[in-house]
Design a protein around this ligand. Structure first.
Ligand code: BF8
Ligand code: SF4
Length: 636
């Protein structure tokens, strides 16, 4: 690794040297200039909720122990945390709302750029939600499914929980959450209520504040389920596909366009339109035509559905521009670094924002609306072709880092592969191998990159240890990006790192599914909103065994959690019953009440709990211990 970056990714080391030579600061340089970071903020004991403040609590007990209004450390930490959960829920459910509104219009034939590509998925979703399908055309079914979905943003009867959460979990879990009064009835109302109760002079009981936040985290889960399922219906349900990952996917002789952000409504149309503009790119001198590459979760979405190569994950998004061969970066919403404008200005790269509510200095804004999607996408691709002709050949630095990645493991793809072994009872081979111990348990790797730790490092270390101990591994988001870049989503990785019994199962399933070898060591389930796919698999297993989720040998890990969305996801993971590891220290440790609630009290209420462990080796030990504890309790 180089001096200016803290990453396991070979491409980061390569491109950071370019940044240093050109004197362009990266995320790691800015991390360094922020040191030492504020201790009050790190502990969560700084309050800026009103203008009497900011107030801060002295963590050592010598200075002030209450803010000006009288709020103590527990109230302040709880309010700050709950607001993060609300923001996370807002992010995912805005994404979901956008998809649902588009689907309503697709159902009415109003959007020529979109259609229902996976009618079987839409029918399955309709049946699950109780929308009639028999003898009906696909358009009206889509309209009704979207309309019922939007009820989860509109319902005012607080006794009636959101459709998408109650239809996505085992009945026992739904009953438990209902008994604890944390089932959301309306996603928007839940987010608004958290904001209201945490404003100055409202809910000051830290446990009550956190329980309110938990309802928001479960609203986040609701938004995530509906975003994933409706996206599958509109754009296709992922199936295994072989592709490549890391910055080496940016090619010298192509017009390279990166899609960065989250919402497939934009990135899907860019892919479609680029296919029709290949000749134009060649005419401009790009011998290999247009090359779309992905970054962050937009990258995961198009990678899983179309095999589009993944350029990188969150922390090295700036580095894509430093290759000098990225002609355009198109962004929509979430996890887009505001620094990109400054970096792009040092190169020929066009940075294009597309969402009217997400603009950036240094970018060109091309307003995206579904009704003109193709026209907008053509404008953007044209801008990229134009930029290609302005490249400075002396500054091109094509990265040598590129790995093969076998991706596309939706719940349907996993169950489909298992069905090749037992068509009558697809889950049987998986359940049998969990029960007999060939698979000790299942771990979901999720979440972000964070400069507080070595990029991709925790993911790699923990996953290798778990695989060696015969744990089946799933991944989403930037965690999945890390595994893809590092070559751990390959049959070769299974051969190299998986324990013998896990390897035998992955080989049997992979061969039966026609992959000609084992399944990859880590199964790529998709973007962050696709964490719901892992829950779908877990729910199917729980239903099959007649148990609740907290009884299964199931764990989650986010070694580099960073965003408010990750706070919401981690929290619902705990509330669904999973021991949930985070490798970065959350901004809550200033309150023992809140810390104890998350790491211990939650276990009594939900069966799940947070494990905070920055050391990857120690985290792997704890996760393996949690899996064995669950097995013992189940008597397997
Ligand atoms: O939604 S994993 S850094 S890109 S928040 Fe962001 Fe985190 Fe990446 Fe995807 Ni998820
Ligand atoms: Fe200070 Fe209370 Fe205002 Fe927070 S809400 S800034 S603790 S006075």
């Amino acid at each position: 690794s180089c001096t200016s970056c803290n990453s396991c990714d070979p491409a980061a080391a390569e491109l950071c040297t370019v940044a240093a030579a050109a004197d362009i600061p990266t995320v790691w340089d800015r991390h360094a200039t922020q040191q030492p970071q504020c201790g009050f903020g790190s502990l969560g004991v700084c309050c800026r909720i009103c203008w009497k403040g900011p107030c801060r609590i002295d963590p050592f007990g010598k200075g002030p122990q209450r803010g000006i209004c009288g709020a103590d450390r527990d109230t302040i930490v709880a309010r700050n945390l709950s607001r993060m959960m609300a923001a996370g829920a807002a992010g995912h459910s805005e994404h979901g709302r956008h998809i649902a509104l588009a689907m309503q219009r697709v159902g009415r034939n109003e959007l020529p750029a979109y259609r229902i590509r996976d009618e079987a998925k839409l029918t399955a979703v309709a049946n699950r939600l109780g929308v009639a399908t028999e003898g009906r055309a696909i358009g009206p079914i889509a309209y009704d499914v979207a309309t019922l979905t939007l009820e989860d943003y509109r319902n005012q009867d607080h006794h009636q929980a959101c459709n998408w959460i109650t239809s996505s979990l085992p009945k026992k879990r739904v009953d438990k959450l209902r008994a604890l009064d944390v089932l959301p009835h309306n996603i928007d109302a839940t987010v608004a209520q958290i904001m209201a109760r945490t404003s100055v002079g409202c809910d000051a009981d830290p446990t009550n504040v956190v329980l309110g936040g938990i309802k928001g985290a479960l609203a986040d889960f609701t938004g995530m389920c509906l975003a994933t399922e409706l996206s599958d219906a509109m754009f296709g349900t992922p199936q295994p596909v072989v592709t490549t990952a890391n910055l080496g996917v940016i090619r010298k002789d192509s017009v390279n366009i990166a899609v960065n952000g989250h919402n497939p409504l934009l990135s899907e149309v860019i892919c479609d339109v680029a296919r029709t503009m290949q000749d134009k790119a060649r005419a401009a001198g790009a011998r290999d035509g247009i090359n779309i590459v992905g970054i962050c979760c937009s990258g995961n979405e198009v990678m899983l559905r179309h095999g589009v190569p993944l350029a990188t994950n969150y922390l090295s998004q700036e580095l894509a521009i430093l290759t000098g061969a990225l002609d355009a970066m198109v962004v929509d919403v979430q996890c887009i670094m505001p620094s990109l404008g400054e970096v792009a200005e040092c190169f020929h790269t066009r940075l294009v924002t597309t969402m009217d509510e997400n603009k950036m200095p240094g970018a060109t804004h091309v307003s995206f609306h579904e009704e003109h999607a193709e026209e907008t996408a053509r404008t953007i691709v044209d801008m990229a072709i134009g930029a290609f002709t302005l490249r400075d050949p002396k500054r091109i630095r094509i990265s040598s880092a590129v790995s093969k990645a076998v991706v596309g493991f939706s719940a349907e793809a996993v169950i489909g592969a298992l069905a090749k072994i037992d068509p009558d009872d697809p889950l049987k081979p998986l359940v049998d191998n969990i029960v007999n111990g060939n698979i000790r348990g299942i771990a979901l790797f999720a979440g972000c990159n964070n400069t507080q730790s070595t990029q991709d490092g925790g993911f790699q270390t923990i996953a290798k240890r778990l695989a060696k101990n015969n744990v089946l591994l799933l991944a989403t988001g930037c965690g999945a990006g890390a595994f893809a870049k590092l070559g751990l989503m390959t049959p070769e990785a299974t051969d190299a790192y998986a324990g013998d019994t896990l390897k035998a199962v992955l080989t049997a399933v992979g061969e039966a599914a026609g992959l000609g070898g084992p399944l990859p060591m880590v199964l790529h389930m998709g973007s962050c909103v696709d964490n719901s796919r892992a829950v779908a698999v877990a729910t199917a297993i729980a239903d099959r065994l007649g148990v609740d989720l907290h009884e299964l040998p199931l764990v989650a890990s986010a070694p580099e959690a960073m965003s408010e969305k990750a706070v919401a996801i981690g929290t619902w993971s705990v509330c669904l019953g999973l021991p949930t590891h985070i490798g970065t220290v959350p901004q809550v440790t200033g309150s023992t009440v809140v810390t104890n609630l998350l790491t211990r009290g939650a276990a009594d209420l939900f069966g799940g709990y947070f494990i905070v462990e920055p050391n990857p080796e120690a985290a792997a030990d704890t996760l393996l211990g949690a899996i064995e504890e669950r097995r013992e309790a189940l008597g397997i």
